[in-house]
Structure formats: structure tokens, C-alpha cells
Design a protein around this ligand. Structure first.
Ligand SMILES: Cc1cc2nc3c(=O)[nH]c(=O)nc-3n(C[C@H](O)[C@H](O)[C@H](O)COP(=O)(O)O)c2cc1C
Length: 137
């Protein structure tokens, strides 16, 4: 089965202090490990930007669940592509915490200082996530 990479963006529906984010990330780490899914999740309180890597059928099935998850809304696909290797193979799911370094990267990849991944192209999103993950190793 092919390896694929999927990147999507969505909007928070629950308050960021609700503890829901912690649940999402903890469950994702466990479930992704079982399914050999790797990736990264950026969540700033307004938006999610997530990259998922794994077998095509597994990623398709997870994305189906994610789309209908009512903890977020306006799920928008940025990239779906076959890949020859994983980029985030060290993490079943790496949650990125925003800090001063991340802020600099947001500006590097955006038209202004605000994190709005709906304005990212697929390539920008991927490059941003790659660089952010290197800062959070
Ligand atoms: C922003 C966001 C990211 C998510 N990421 C994952 C993930 O990486 N892996 C995962 O198994 N579920 C993830 N989920 C949860 C799924 O939508 C779904 O609830 C979960 O796969 C459990 O589905 P099931 O009980 O039908 O198996 C995420 C949910 C949200 C809102």
C-alpha cells in the first residue's frame, strides 16, 4: 500500500481552555501508533493545521472520521499526495506549542504576523510544518 501525506486546516469549535485539545492529542498518539500513522498538529486556539502520514487506506479512513468530528468545523483539504517517505516519522502525533520561535516562522511563511493556515498553499503549509517540527524536536 502506498504512503500518502494529507494536510488539512480547520477551525476550533470548542474553547481552547476546555481540555478537549489534550484529549484529542492523547487519543491520537495512541490510535496513530496502532495504525502506523505519523504527523504533526498545530493548534493556536483558533485554527488547527494537521499533517497525517501513513498507508493510503488508513489515512483515507481517518480523514473521514476527522471531517465529521464536531470538535472542529470547516475542515479544508490543503494537500493529498503520494510520498516515498515520511517527514514526521519521529512522532505518532506531535503537538506544536506556539512560542516566540513559532511566531517568527508564522511571519516567514505568511502575509502578516497572524496564524491563518487557510491562507497557506499546500507547499507553504508543508514547509511551515517541517520547519516548525525541527524547532520542536
Ligand atoms: C483537530 C483534530 C485532530 C485529530 N487527529 C486525530 C489523529 O491524528 N488520529 C486519530 O485517531 N484521531 C484524530 N482525531 C479524532 C478523530 O476525529 C476521531 O474522533 C477518532 O479517530 C476516533 O474515532 P473512532 O472512535 O470512530 O475510532 C482528531 C480530531 C480533531 C478534532
Amino acid at each position: 500500500m502506498f504512503l500518502v501525506r494529507l494536510i488539512y486546516v480547520s477551525e476550533f469549535k470548542t474553547d481552547k481552555s476546555s481540555g478537549e485539545l489534550k484529549n484529542i492529542i492523547e487519543n491520537s498518539k495512541l490510535k496513530n501508533k496502532e495504525l502506523s500513522i505519523t504527523g504533526i498538529l498545530c493548534a493556536d486556539g483558533d485554527y488547527y493545521l494537521q499533517c497525517l502520514e501513513g498507508a493510503r487506506d488508513v489515512i483515507n479512513s481517518l480523514y473521514g472520521k476527522i471531517i465529521s468530528d464536531d470538535r472542529h468545523k470547516n475542515v479544508t483539504l490543503l494537500e493529498y499526495t503520494e510520498v516515498t517517505e515520511r517527514t514526521f516519522s519521529n512522532w505518532y502525533m506531535n503537538m506544536i506549542v506556539f512560542n516566540a520561535t513559532t511566531d517568527k516562522l508564522i511571519f516567514k511563511y505568511s502575509v502578516d504576523e497572524n496564524f491563518n493556515p487557510y491562507k497557506f498553499s499546500a507547499k507553504t503549509a508543508f514547509n511551515f510544518l517541517k520547519e516548525v517540527s525541527l524547532q520542536n524536536r
